[in-house]
Design a protein around this ligand. Structure first.
Ligand SMILES: NC(=O)C1=CN([C@@H]2O[C@H](COP(=O)(O)OP(=O)(O)OC[C@H]3O[C@@H](n4cnc5c(N)ncnc54)[C@H](OP(=O)(O)O)[C@@H]3O)[C@@H](O)[C@H]2O)[C@@H](O)CC1
Ligand SMILES: [K+]
Length: 218
């Protein structure tokens, strides 16, 4: 599925069917959590790298559900929480009020301290809203994450991978597992993507069957 199509599914589900974005994000994050729990041992602490958009918003949902399942979690955010918008802001606020550990990385040195000691890292940096190669701290976060020996999970798609073409930029998160929403992204079938997507599992977000059929998903 192409970037514009999957974004249309979200938009139509929200605007025409009246499913609120925060519900779709909850379904996305909860479904992704189930896979993370399935694929990692119960003792594994999880670090969530959260960007400033809705891909980051998924991370705050995942952090909450992992904590409920008994996991040690911490969020490493690329953005101050007060600049987040919409559904991402709502879920970051819930996580913050819940006492989930959230650390904002403001420099490369801070990122290095925060990312190094991680057994499992989840890439919620950039999703279908990414434009071009990861920039600034996002690029540093990807590089540091790729240098850690832990298990790496990408949410929706690995940061740095072009959703439509499957072109891999120089700085691309190398996932062991990609949990992608609604349907596999078009770019995943490019052989170049094989080295960064790892195992792919599709996670539903609760968009209605008749809507998915319009996009050839069902
Ligand atoms: N309800 C829904 O819609 C649902 C959405 N869902 C989730 O939302 C995701 C899409 O979210 P999204 O549209 O907010 O975009 P997203 O990928 O988070 O990035 C935007 C941010 O990144 C930044 N930025 C961009 N490029 C950059 C770069 N190269 N390097 C660095 N920064 C860059 C840009 O900042 P700017 O540059 O504009 O200041 C902006 O802050 C989707 O993949 C899925 O995971 C699910 O929960 C299901 C329900
Ligand atoms: K991602």
């Amino acid at each position: 599925m192409k970037r514009d199509e999957v974004r249309q599914v979200d938009q139509i589900a929200i605007e025409e069917f009246g499913i609120s974005g925060v519900v779709l994000m909850e379904n996305a994050g909860r479904g992704a959590t189930d896979w993370i729990l399935k694929k990692t041992s119960p003792e594994t602490p999880v670090g969530l790298l959260c960007g400033g958009g809705n891909n980051g918003g998924d991370g705050y949902v995942i952090a909450r559900h992992l904590e409920l399942a008994g996991r040690a979690v911490r969020v490493i955010s690329m953005a101050e929480l007060d600049v987040l918008k919409g559904d991402a802001a709502a879920n970051a606020a819930i996580a913050s009020k819940s006492g989930i550990q959230i650390e904002v990385a403001r420099s490369e040195a801070e990122l290095e301290d925060l990312i190094r000691p991680s057994d499992c890292l989840v890439d919620c940096l950039l999703g279908t809203g990414a434009t071009g190669e990861p920039r600034g701290l996002y690029a540093t976060a990807v590089q540091l994450a790729n240098d850690t020996p832990g298990y790496r999970v990408a949410i929706d798609l690995p940061t740095g991978l072009d959703c439509d073409s499957g072109e891999v930029s120089e700085t691309t998160f190398r996932a062991d597992l990609t949990l992608t929403f609604v349907a596999a992204k078009a770019g995943f079938s490019n052989p170049a993507a094989a080295g960064v997507i790892g195992e792919v599992q599709v996670v539903g977000i609760g968009a209605p069957k008749c809507l998915l059929e319009q996009f050839g998903v069902f």
